[in-house]
Design a protein around this ligand. Structure first.
Ligand SMILES: Cc1cc2nc3c(=O)[nH]c(=O)nc-3n(C[C@H](O)[C@H](O)[C@H](O)COP(=O)(O)OP(=O)(O)OC[C@H]3O[C@@H](n4cnc5c(N)ncnc54)[C@H](O)[C@@H]3O)c2cc1C
Length: 492
């Protein structure tokens, strides 16, 4: 595909109303559900495939702007990209594209903290969202991509086509549907949810705009979860002047690690003699880390290599071994692979050093509200009994509720009931083929129903962050282009 058609340095223009765009009767229709990075990047690469006839590409996304999604549609200044800008690009063949866009648009002006002493750039997440959106704008302005600003509530099979129905009642007939809605929000532990649901400072989903606004500077805060979202919450509270004590609790008490002190190339080789079991893979990783240390490198270089080779090494693992990895190794993988931005790490370290932040391994055995105070009985890992703690606010950051994917949206539940979708055997997403085609218990493989982005990671393995998300979007777009080409009647 030609990736250089859109000149990123010449971007301007506003988005016309979606219904202004022409809709030729002969054009195949591709409906993309979800306009975060996965959906927007799929639309972008498909539009650049330059097909004849050009498909009508419609992205259904309730947010105001395409390309931002949950991760980058945030105005919170403490929210930063968690991998250096040099590794986040919409163009897989130009890894420094985002960096160049930032320079051309002075996009980090006024943010003195974005540039780290080692030269790595960690801008605010909104900057990346702005970049992806800017890449989409010329395509939206030309009508090559349409933004339907609504949430999809039904996807129904009608003969060879699909009927996609939005929450505004609009109905769109599509030849191909791409599900790019990513993971559902976190699910609060049942007892906490039941007891705290009406408490003014219970925050079940901190990714919502203004979610932390009700937390007062001296409030005692319990953060449930210790991953990247937990780190975001603690850094955001610090930035708004919160000085109260914070407890962050997770089952193992593992905290997301920071980046390497100096940039390193990926080290190790996991593909020449690949592991066929979870145990062998772990052994290979440990041995590579020992070798890296001898070579003066840190574990970061090895984990980066596992990540880079992750999709290929996932393919050789039987399903039962993938399940073992998810069951036993995922918490350890997550804290090494998802690293906090240096600015966020500094905020966490400062809170620990000042004695304001404690990180605990354990769970919440019970909770109750008295007047406004939230009393929690915490069961600490490897300790008998429970300890009592009192909080003024509770924030849930336990990560996406993977198990509830199919029930999380009416259209997913319907497609599951009609046999077009099922959970992947690893429980990480939706079942799909190596071509990202949905697999369902009744319909089998449906080549016109595709899964883009993190929901496909049960099949593809490492597929959460950039650059894998953009690589996958390019792959899905290429598959759609091939499929449409095969359906185009040949000239006699
Ligand atoms: C808080 C956070 C921070 C992250 N930071 C980074 C980072 O710095 N670097 C990195 O590489 N990765 C990061 N990631 C990983 C992230 O998964 C990917 O970078 C990428 O953003 C995933 O995009 P997505 O489009 O698949 O998902 P999302 O961003 O979740 O987008 C899904 C979109 O689907 C829409 N949608 C949902 N349901 C419907 C419906 N029924 N109809 C229509 N639209 C619907 C939603 O509104 C949403 O905009 C982060 C993830 C999170 C959650």
């Amino acid at each position: 595909m030609n990736q250089s058609i859109v000149n990123p340095m010449a971007l301007s223009g506003t988005e016309p109303a979606a219904d202004d765009a022409p809709a030729g009767p002969q054009r195949p229709v591709v409906a993309i559900i979800g306009g975060g990075v996965s959906g927007a990047a799929t639309a972008f690469h498909l539009a650049l495939a330059n097909q004849t006839p050009a498909p009508e590409i419609i992205v259904f996304e309730p947010r105001e702007s395409l390309g931002k999604g949950l991760a980058y549609d945030t105005a919170e200044p403490a929210h930063r990209i968690n991998v250096p800008a040099a590794r986040m690009s919409l163009l897989t063949e130009e890894p420094d594209h985002f960096l160049r866009w930032i320079a051309a648009h002075s996009a980090t002006r006024g943010d003195d903290d974005a540039l780290r002493p080692d030269g790595a750039l960690f801008p605010r997440r909104s900057v990346f969202g702005g970049y992806v959106n800017a890449m989409l704008q010329p395509l939206v302005a030309s009508g090559a991509v349409r933004h339907r600003r609504c949430a999809v509530v039904h996807v129904l099979r009608e003969g060879p086509r699909w009927s996609v129905i939005g929450d505004d009642g609009g109905q769109t007939k599509a030849d191909i549907v791409v599900i790019a809605t990513s993971h559902p929000p976190p699910v609060a532990p049942g007892q906490l949810q039941a007891v705290l649901k009406d408490h003014p400072r219970f925050v079940p989903d901190p990714t919502k705009a203004g979610a932390l606004a009700g937390i007062r500077p001296s409030d005692r805060v319990l953060v449930v979860g210790n991953g990247l979202t937990s780190a975001d919450v603690i850094a955001a509270l610090a930035l708004k002047g919160h000085k109260g004590p914070i407890t962050a609790i997770s089952r193992r008490g593992l905290r997301s690690r920071g980046h390497a002190p100096v940039a390193q190339d990926p080290a190790g080789d996991f593909l020449t003699d690949p592991a066929f079991t979870a145990r062998a893979l772990l052994k290979n990783i440990r041995s590579a880390i020992r070798q890296a240390a001898l070579d003066g490198l840190t574990w970061h270089s090895v984990i980066d290599q596992v990540r880079a080779q992750g999709q290929a090494l996932w393919q050789v693992l039987p399903v039962v071994e993938r399940q073992r990895i998810v069951r036993h190794l995922r918490p350890f993988w997550d804290v090494h692979r998802f690293r906090v931005a240096p600015q966020v790490e500094t905020a966490l370290d400062a809170a620990i050093a000042e004695g304001r932040l404690e990180i605990l391994a354990g769970s919440i055995a019970a909770s109750r509200i008295e007047t406004d105070a939230i009393h929690c009985a915490l069961r600490l890992r490897r300790c008998p009994g429970t300890i009592e703690k009192t909080y003024d606010a509770v924030v849930i950051t336990t990560g996406p509720g993977h198990g509830g994917i199919l029930a999380s949206q009416p259209f997913l539940a319907e497609l599951s009931h009609s046999g077009y979708l099922e959970l992947d055997p690893t429980g990480l997403g939706l079942s799909c083929t190596r071509k990202s085609e949905a697999i369902g218990p009744v319909a089998g493989v449906t080549s016109s129903l595709l899964i883009a982005g993190p929901l496909a990671r049960g099949t593809f393995g490492e597929l959460m962050g950039l650059p894998q998300v953009t690589d996958h979007a390019l792959f899905v777009a290429a598959g759609i282009a091939d499929c449409l080409l095969a359906q185009t009647p040949k000239a006699a």
